[in-house]
Design a protein around this ligand. Structure first.
Ligand code: SF4
Ligand code: NI
Ligand code: CU1
Length: 726
């Protein structure tokens, strides 16, 4: 390894240690040793210290042993002449940096210096969970952390767009000579935020710790790795978190030191300046430190060095097209035209047709296009009618394919799609219109994507687009009839009515022992996979993550246990789970990976259960916030009394039915109640408890178990008179 690099990293680590140490001393002097410290919305204290040392830092005093450890990792100042720098020294320095930067960041929070203006600051646990599915299904194949600034704004945007087109989640920050890529992107009006796959962390290199102490939490959240298992945590990051660092502009000692920290986690560093390279070392998968001076090759080189597998959709339309553009908004000021919502009548409908009547790839527009808008008009009526045919196509797959229209259209830069069916709302931006985007491209992209992702069931697809009000009104009733029939069919689908359940093993890329079993009345805990989805996905990819499980004979139909399901579990959970109940919270419940939408938890005092969803940040009556609860449920293990579930499972007749089902539910956040709304009311009626929803407490009624009990007694909640839960 180059002497220059090692020396710089070691010098940098020394400086960072000194800053941390001085900052801590000052804080203790000003606020006392007992001062509480921590990051917002995490169950992992100072995550680096927690993951790698098992430390639970809660006060300034708790930092003292960490900083001492960080000091002990610093290579001794070398004697000038005999010094032979080597990788191990630089890596140790890097480890020290991981701890010290985290300490500095936490102290900055204490002094309200974070998050920095226009920046995210610390990344919460919840964000990691909510990205779950995108991570495991390959929509988000990797992560980049950019440090510094591009030579000019145009290049900054170009690099970012290239990363977005590959769906790499990119963290931007740090700076070089007073310039930060964050400001370059702000100046160019690039939309940032999690939805856009671009997240600014801060304008200095120290705040580069945020992506790193976020990445290490993946091991604790999904991997079932315990706090303190340092080697396992680092190995998990190397093998499962496909991240790399991209340094734009000159490197200083602090950047070298931070880079050495990242390399410890298996994350290589790529620079656009002439630096000495570090060849493969075993710490990273391939090279550890690489330069690429040609900007056209920069992003591809990053992907290659980290070994990221990128799927690029090739869709022949005049604007960039990738999952990273899914969350982008089209605001009023940028609007060229809109359809649906409050603007005009609109709907989208996919139906199965006869193969001989469908001409694959045909896109037909009837009515004016968006370059023929009437003066001062910004909207048009719209009907998108997709007809598909395929030998393996089934009527049941229609709603699944139809739902993809949302994702497919959203992937186009400058198209925003909200809702579905006859409640859709589509906007097209002026920028994309100016690049040549027209209505036919909606058809072109739907056709291309259906073939790309669903070729196993779709042989042919044609798309008709209507923009005259009369046509839209005329076609709508048929679509509506179909929507109703589908809903009816779904309602009739019960676990008893089918002989096959489906597995989902998608999350095993992050939670290696996790298995979801998806039944008609219980969707996957991420909320993204229903039984029908899993069934379709099996047709599409017979050797994929969704495998049929023949139910066979039930061992216990109250608990929802089947021999075949148990056998499947044992086999696919790497022999960690022997039996699983589909309908019980207490007796061998399903395991959780980490990306659950909600957590169900027992409240013994109330003889009941509570549910909390991911977006609720407050306290719950079991004494834990969602974040804290979540940290004890994931990693592919069974935790009797606690269960990760998809939102819609709450409405199922099989919702923890072994324990009495919905009648047990004593608490849920207001927002979740509203979200389930009428459907929850309907379920309450169905079980003969029409007042139940009002009897279920929320945070406005109770956030402690005492308050809860008082409320439940007053409301005469049915759980109080159910059989004892334990
Ligand atoms: Fe992961 Fe289960 Fe969702 Fe599949 S259904 S993606 S395994 S959480
Ligand atoms: Ni879009
Ligand atoms: Cu998951």
């Amino acid at each position: 390894m180059s002497k220059q690099v090692a020396a710089a990293a070691i010098r940098g680590a020394g400086q960072i240690y000194k800053e941390a140490e001085e900052f801590l001393t000052r804080a203790i002097k000003e606020k006392g040793e007992g001062q509480r410290i921590g990051f917002p919305e995490t169950a992992f204290y100072l995550p680096m210290a927690n993951a790698l040392l098992g430390a639970k830092v809660e006060t300034l005093k708790d930092i003292l042993p960490i900083i001492k450890h960080a000091q002990s990792l610093l290579p001794r100042p070398p004697a000038e002449k005999v010094w032979l720098p080597y990788l191990g020294d630089a890596l140790n320095a890097g480890m020290s940096v991981l701890f010290c930067e985290e300490i500095i960041a936490a102290l900055r929070y204490l002094y309200a210096q974070e998050p920095q203006k226009d920046c995210n600051g610390f990344f919460s646990d919840t964000i990691l969970r909510s990205l779950g599915i995108q991570l495991v299904d390959g929509r988000m194949p990797g992560f980049a952390a950019i440090l510094g600034a591009a030579p000019d704004n145009k290049l900054a945007v170009q690099i970012i767009r290239e990363l977005q087109e590959r769906n790499i989640l990119t963290f931007v920050g740090s700076s070089v000579n007073g310039h930060s890529i964050v400001d370059q992107l702000l100046e160019e009006n690039v939309q940032m935020g999690w939805d856009n796959y671009i997240v600014p962390y801060g304008r200095d290199t120290i705040s580069g710790i945020y992506p790193l102490n976020w990445a290490i939490r993946a091991a604790l959240t999904f991997g079932g790795v315990k706090a303190g298992q340092a080697e396992k945590c680092l190995l998990y990051a190397k093998e499962r978190v496909f991240a790399f660092g991209l340094v734009l502009g000159e490197l200083d000692d602090i950047k070298y030191a931070t880079g050495a920290g990242a390399i410890n986690m298996g994350f290589p560093i790529i620079a656009d300046t002439d630096i000495p390279e570090i060849a493969p070392s075993g710490i990273t998968t391939y090279e550890a430190l690489v330069k690429e001076l040609d900007y056209r090759k920069l992003v591809p080189r990053c992907i290659e060095v980290r070994g990221i597998k990128v799927k690029i959709s090739s869709v022949p339309i005049p604007v960039p097209y990738a999952a990273a553009f899914e969350g982008e908004r089209v605001r009023k000021e940028q609007l060229h035209v809109e359809f649906g919502g409050k603007a005009s009548p609109a709907f989208e409908y996919l139906t199965m047709g006869k193969a001989e009547e469908i001409e694959d790839g045909k896109v037909e527009l009837s009515g004016p296009d968006i370059d023929q808008l009437e003066k001062d008009k910004r909207s048009l009526p719209l009907a998108i009618v997709v007809e598909v045919a395929g030998r393996k196509m089934q009527k049941d797959f229609e709603p699944i394919l139809e739902r993809q229209i949302h994702r497919f259209t959203n992937y186009a830069m400058g198209i925003m799609h909200v809702g579905q069916r006859d409640m859709n709302w589509i906007r097209i931006s002026r920028g994309s219109f100016n690049k040549g985007l027209r209505l036919k491209h909606l058809g072109i992209l739907i056709h291309a994507m259906l073939h790309q992702e669903y070729s196993a069931i779709v042989d042919k697809a044609q798309i008709k687009i209507y923009t005259q009000e009369a046509d839209v009104e005329k076609l709508l009733p048929q679509a509506k009839k179909s929507y109703d029939e589908r809903d009816e069919r779904l309602r009739g689908m019960t676990d008893e009515a089918v002989d096959t359940f489906y597995s989902c093993l998608l999350c095993q890329s992050f939670a290696p022992n996790h298995v979801c079993v998806v039944t008609p009345e219980r969707l996957g805990l991420c909320g993204a996979y229903s039984w029908l989805d899993a069934k379709a996905s099996f047709e599409i990819m017979p050797s994929g993550p969704n495998q049929p499980i023949k139910k066979g004979e039930a061992l216990d139909s109250r608990l929802g246990q089947w021999q075949n399901v148990n056998d499947f579990f044992l086999n696919k959970s790497n022999k960690t789970i022997e039996k699983v109940s589909m309908y019980s919270l207490m007796d061998s419940p399903q395991s959780s990976c980490g990306c659950f939408e909600c957590i169900v938890a027992i409240i013994p005092e109330a003889n009941g259960i509570m549910v909390v969803h991911r977006d609720y940040a407050g306290m719950t009556p079991c004494g834990m916030s969602f974040t804290t609860l979540a940290s004890s449920v994931g990693g592919g293990v069974q935790t009797p009394g606690f269960l990760g579930v998809g939102k819609l499972y709450i409405l199922s007749k099989k919702f923890v039915s072994a324990e009495g089902g919905l009648k047990r539910l004593v608490w849920m956040p207001r927002e979740l109640k509203d979200l389930l709304g009428e459907r929850l009311q309907a379920r309450a009626k169905e079980i003969g408890e029409p007042e139940l929803v009002e009897k279920i407490a929320d945070e406005t009624k109770a956030t402690t178990s005492e308050e809860l009990l008082r409320f439940l007694t007053q409301a005469n909640h049915p759980a109080l008179s159910l059989q004892p839960l334990i």
